[in-house]
Each structure stands twice: as structure tokens, then as C-alpha cells.
Design a protein around this ligand. Structure first.
Ligand code: ZN
Ligand code: ZN
Length: 158
């Protein structure tokens, strides 16, 4: 499961591995991210959200972020906050799992607030590149040389 892209710059040695989607470690990862968020590791806003809404969920799947200021790119957990649409989905108790995937959130939850990730280099708010646009986005460029990157590896699991 999951999709992996590796982009490389043909001018310099810059390379970025973009692994998206859910792998077998995801349930553990989800729990870890929620714990960190509740402790305030991702700021006061998301901590407040999780403590105010026990039914609230966060999107722990990774996404590709690009800084339109300096060109820096990072793969980060999205951390957007969601609340159940109407009643909480009934299947969760039967599933016996406490995590949700991006797909679950899109189907059964309403977006409460997008988490504003900041560039680790210049502090500007990052732009999220939607999954389906990764192969076509003109924003994906080498942060140093500003030239288009080459896709050197692509794997898609189901
Ligand atoms: Zn380069
Ligand atoms: Zn930046």
C-alpha cells in the first residue's frame, strides 16, 4: 500500500523521497502523532482541538509541502483537523481500531481546520501539493537550481 516518488535534480545532488499513503505501521504512527499533538508538540491550536472534541480526528497521512518563498520541500503528516459528519461512524467500534486514514476522513468527516505547516527554512506557510498533482505540478523544482526535477522512481501499491 502507499505510493512512493523519488525526484532528483540533474544539475546538483538534490533528491527527495516522497512516500504517501498508509503502510502497515500506520496504526502505530497514528497513535504516536495524536499523543504528540495532545502534548502540544504541534502547537496550541491542534492540542486545544483534540482536548475540546474527543470525537475529533486528525489526518496523520503524509503530504508534500512546498515553500513558494524559498523553494524548500518537505513530506509531513497533514495534521488537518476533522469532526464526524453528524453521528460518529458506526463501524469504528467493530473495526477495533482507533485510527483513521485520509480516505476515511474524506468520506465520514468534515474538515474543521487545515493545519498551517510552516517552512523549516524561512517560516513561510507551506503550499500543499495534492496527491493527484504531484506528477504534473510545476511547483516541484530543485530548491537550489530552480529547475524541474526528474522522476527517477515511482511505486504504487494497492
Ligand atoms: Zn539542483
Ligand atoms: Zn521557505
Amino acid at each position: 500500500m502507499g505510493t512512493k516518488y523519488v525526484f532528483k535534480c540533474f544539475k546538483c545532488k538534490y533528491q527527495i523521497d516522497i512516500s504517501l499513503g498508509v503502510c502497515f505501521l500506520f496504526p502505530m504512527l497514528y497513535k504516536e502523532i495524536v499523543e504528540k499533538a495532545k502534548h502540544g508538540d504541534f502547537g496550541g491550536r491542534i492540542k486545544e482541538f483534540l482536548n475540546t472534541f474527543p470525537e475529533g480526528k486528525i489526518d496523520a497521512e503524509t503530504a508534500l509541502y512546498i515553500c513558494q518563498g524559498c523553494g524548500n520541500m518537505e513530506v509531513l503528516p497533514e495534521l488537518s483537523m476533522y469532526l464526524p459528519k453528524g453521528e460518529a461512524p458506526k463501524r469504528f467500534p467493530f473495526k477495533g481500531e482507533s485510527y483513521v486514514t485520509h480516505r476515511d476522513l474524506e468520506r465520514d468527516y468534515a474538515l474543521f481546520e487545515v493545519y498551517p505547516h510552516k517552512c523549516s527554512k524561512c517560516q513561510r506557510i507551506y503550499t500543499l501539493i495534492p496527491r493527484e498533482k504531484i506528477l504534473s505540478s510545476k511547483l516541484i523544482k530543485c530548491p537550489q537550481c530552480k529547475v524541474a526535477l526528474e522522476l527517477i522512481e515511482f511505486e504504487r501499491g494497492d
